[in-house]
Structure formats: structure tokens, C-alpha cells
Design a protein around this ligand. Sequence first.
Ligand code: HBI
Ligand code: FE
Length: 281
Amino acid sequence: MQISVEDYARQCAQQGLRGDYSKCRTDFTVAQGYDHTEQDQDVWRTLSDRQTRLTNRLAHRSYLDGIRALGLVDRVPDLGEVSGRLRKLTGWELVAVPGLIPNTPFFDHLANRRFPVTNWLRTREELDYIVEPDMFHDFFGHVPALTQPAFADFMQMYGTKAEDLIDLGGEEMIGRLYWYTAEFALIEEPGQTLKAFGAGLMSSFSELQFAVESPEAHRVPFDIETVMRTGYEIDKFQRAYFVLPSFEALRDGFETADLAGIIRRWKDRPPLDPGRLSAAA
Ligand code: HBI
Ligand code: FE
């Protein structure tokens, strides 16, 4: 029972979301068309320059390797070109969408190794903060990680399992898993220093520094069940960051966990307070 493009477009407009849904196909994709203005290119360069200085220091090497493998980030990306490179690395490709899309088509894209990238960019007045995901968040934040085989597998598996888990009442719980891994996470591999991971961090100037460097940031060991029980807020710095030991641990944990059991046990109980989780050693 999927919402139609027309009804969804009306809903988005009512909520004041941007995005032109009038040219959407039934899977909510649009042609990228590469008609980005000089203003877009300028905003992209500003964001990219500023953020790259930080990611070079603070992002996990997988992210930096991903950026290098996918090519230039000094202009608005051509999704077709990047898809060509990504396909060879992990079999993923990118599709353009007008903005947020409903769960069902979003998960279906992931399950088929397609990552939806928003086709509009924030304005110069919004460099620091924007509520909706835009092209900079989607591309600069999410896409480099898709070059990493174990993470790429995790994202596909997430798309594959999501609908069934939602049917069990797990929508909020798997949303938390996405939030605390694909958006805001840290990685600490044995013998390595703590680094940032996740699109929410990569596309944020101030939170990226806070999460990795601040003594005030609360860092807790990664555990699937705990993550799925922990609440979050979207409009403040996170009050906890889960520390992944590796992407393999994430993928294998998600693959083998009794997700249905976890959902059954916790779905009707109040979420854990991220500020009160036990800290990482
Ligand atoms: N649509 N374009 C877009 N990007 C998202 O990240 C996204 C979405 N629709 C639904 C959705 N995310 C959520 O269901 C997941 O983040 C859990
Ligand atoms: Fe995101």
C-alpha cells in the first residue's frame, strides 16, 4: 500500500518541504539533468572546501579513501559519472530524487544498491544548517562510505530487512539504527585513533569537531540492541555517539541479530536516554 507520487508531493508542500515532485517517476526518481547554476557551484565549492579541511583530519580513512576513489568534490557531482565508478567498486549506483521520499521506495532503492541523492542544493544563506537533507548532505555525507564493501553490504541489507521489521512495529527502532550508524557514528579500530563516520557528521562543521575532539562528547560501545533502544534528537548535537570497532562488526551484527526478538521486547517501552548510557572504556 504505497502512497502515490501526487499525494506525497501534496504532503511535502503542506509541510513546507522543498523539492519538485511533479516530474517524479513512480519510484520517486528524477533525471538529474545537470543544470546546476553558478550559484550552486559556488555554494558547493564553499561547503566542500570548508568541510574537506576538517574531514582530512577527523574522518575515518574509509571515508577519505572513498572520496579519493570517486573523484573530484570541487563541483556539483555528476551522478552518472560517479555511479560508473561506484558500480565497479561495490555494485552501488546513485539515483536523483527531489528530496525526502517515502519509506517504501527508499528501502527498495537501498535493497537494490541504489542510493537516492537529493537533486537540489542549500542556498548561500543556509551554509551552516538545514533541516532537510540536500545534495551536499546526501552526496558528500553518504556516498563515500558506499565504496566500503562491508558498509555497502550493511546498507543493502538494511533496505532488504526494513519493511518486514516495520511490519513488526520496529519503524522507530530501525530508524535509530540508521541514525546512529549511517548518520552519526565513530570508529575506533584496534591500535588506531578515534575517527568520525556517518553523513550527519561529515556534512556538519561544528558537530564533526565536537564528536571526535571534545571531552564533552559522550562515546559508548556499539551494540545493536542498545542502539535500537536509544532515542535521538535531530536538531541538537547528539548526546551519545556509538563507537564501531569495524564495518564488518556492523554488518555481521545486523545479519545475525535476532531483530524480530529485539523489536518484540522493546518496541512498546520508552527509549533509553542517550545521555545515560555507560561510556566507552
Ligand atoms: N528519503 N531521500 C531520502 N533520504 C533519506 O535518508 C530517507 C528518505 N526517506 C525515508 C528515510 N530516509 C528513513 O526512513 C530512513 O532514514 C530510516
Ligand atoms: Fe542522511
